[in-house]
Design a protein around this ligand. Structure first.
Ligand code: NAD
Length: 381
């Protein structure tokens, strides 16, 4: 047993890529949740002196614009969005329970987006650098306005060491970089740094449920352990690009075989791969989708459109109002079913607070779907 005779354990192992977790969540749950549980059980049995659990800022989920997640703030709850972040957040909670229930001397770290040498090419920064160096399009998800907090891997490791040596048992420590940068800005910066044209930027379909912002407040680790990032983003990027230029053999090997299949699925056949996901369940939402009012009119009617919703503009932000509006919306739908579509449409037109939304159904011939067709036709008149 690898842990036998060890005093301390730093638990890095994980399935770590969000996109993979969306296409196939099972390995995330197995490795990140069950795997962590297994390690905790062994650590407990072997009475290890310290167990550092390496986690992620993604556990906090999507942050409102301009805000920073702090470990102990009531405003910074663990609210993961993807199967990856949910599996990491779950493992954090299990670690926490082992401290409290079994007295396991464990500490949790939550780091922001890492970059640096030897990072797997499936991750954002190596993918962008490799694409730029190969004169290939840089695939940017959606509008590219997602903000990420960049941390050089050496700073991350220094932070973990500080926690291992001086961290308080049972605590969570954020380890974040100094810079929060939009993905599109980062891609443009890399193109400038590699001397490649900005025309290589290529927007592709967004990641389902894509978080808009991660950003960490790192006052706690600075105050208690004296840690702060030392490598500036400019220096770190320059060094990482240089590394990519000189480690071509390693990169060629890693980007062959399985990675090639991965790349085809996630980028070259992105449309059909994403279609398979969104068709298999509810449409994903993101912070932005929740915060920004939906379009007022559905533009087209497809035979798959069925159930109709009249929805309050601020429904998701005001739960009470949302409940009332949902109640009204159900009544309206009911009345529509009672052949009162014109009345529902008049109300929709009169009341600017109501917003029209559509949901999808797989039964194109269902009564609700036919109702959808009628509603659309009359609304368009
Ligand atoms: N990369 C980041 O930006 C970032 C940010 C914050 C936190 N983290 C965390 O840091 C840790 C390392 O991340 P990374 O980016 O180096 O990921 P990575 O995918 O490059 O490395 C993960 C490692 O875990 C190993 N592993 C996976 N499943 C395993 C299993 N079932 N048993 C044993 N080993 C297994 C892999 O072989 C690999 O060596 C992860 O816990 C991740 O959640 C990463």
């Amino acid at each position: 047993m690898a842990m036998a005779g060890r005093q301390t354990v730093v638990h890095f192992a994980a399935e770590s890529h969000v996109d993979r977790s969306i296409y196939d969540p099972a390995p995330m749950i197995e490795t990140n949740v069950t795997g962590t549980f297994v390690l905790l059980q062994i650590a407990r049995r072997l009475h290890v002196e310290k167990f550092v659990h390496v986690s992620t800022d993604e556990a906090y989920g999507d942050l409102p614009p301009g805000t920073f997640a702090a470990e102990d703030s009531e405003d910074s709850l663990v609210q993961p969005s993807s199967p990856y972040s949910a599996s990491k957040a779950s493992s954090d909670l299990i670690v926490r329970s082992y401290v409290r229930t079994f007295g396991l001397p464990a500490i949790i770290t939550r780091a922001s987006n890492n970059y640096g040498p030897f990072q797997h090419p499936e991750k954002f920064l190596p993918l962008m650098i490799a694409s730029a160096l190969d004169d290939k399009p840089l695939p940017i998800y959606g509008d590219g306005k997602q903000e990420r907090n960049w941390l050089h891997v050496q700073d991350h490791c220094r932070g973990i060491l500080a926690v291992l040596e001086r961290g308080r048992i049972g605590e969570v420590y954020n380890i974040g970089g100094a810079d929060v940068v939009e993905n599109l800005t980062m891609a443009r910066r890399l193109l400038r740094a590699t001397g490649k044209p900005q025309s290589l930027i290529s927007h592709v379909a967004d990641r389902p449920g894509h978080d808009r912002r991660y950003a960490l407040n790192c006052e706690k680790i600075q105050r208690e352990l004296g840690w702060k990032p030392t490598i500036s983003l400019d220096d770190g990027l320059r060094q990482t690009i240089e590394w990519h230029r000189s480690y071509t053999k390693w990169l060629t090997e890693v980007r062959g075989g399985h990675y090639r299949t991965y790349y085809q699925k996630y980028y070259e056949n992105r449309g059909s791969s994403l279609h398979a996901i969104t068709e298999s369940g509810r449409k994903p939402t993101s912070y932005l989708a929740r915060a920004i009012p939906q379009p007022r009119k559905a533009t087209t009617y497809s035979p798959r459109t069925s159930v109709l919703f009249l929805r309050g503009k601020n429904a998701s932000r005001k739960p009470q109002a949302a409940r009332t509006i949902r109640h009204r919306q159900r009544r309206l739908l009911h009345r529509s079913l009672g052949d009162q579509i014109p009345a529902a449409i008049t109300r929709l037109r009169r009341n600017p607070r109501l917003v029209f939304q559509q949901r999808r159904s797989h039964e194109s011939g269902s009564p609700a779907c036919q109702l959808g067709a009628r509603f659309h036709a009359e609304l368009a008149q």
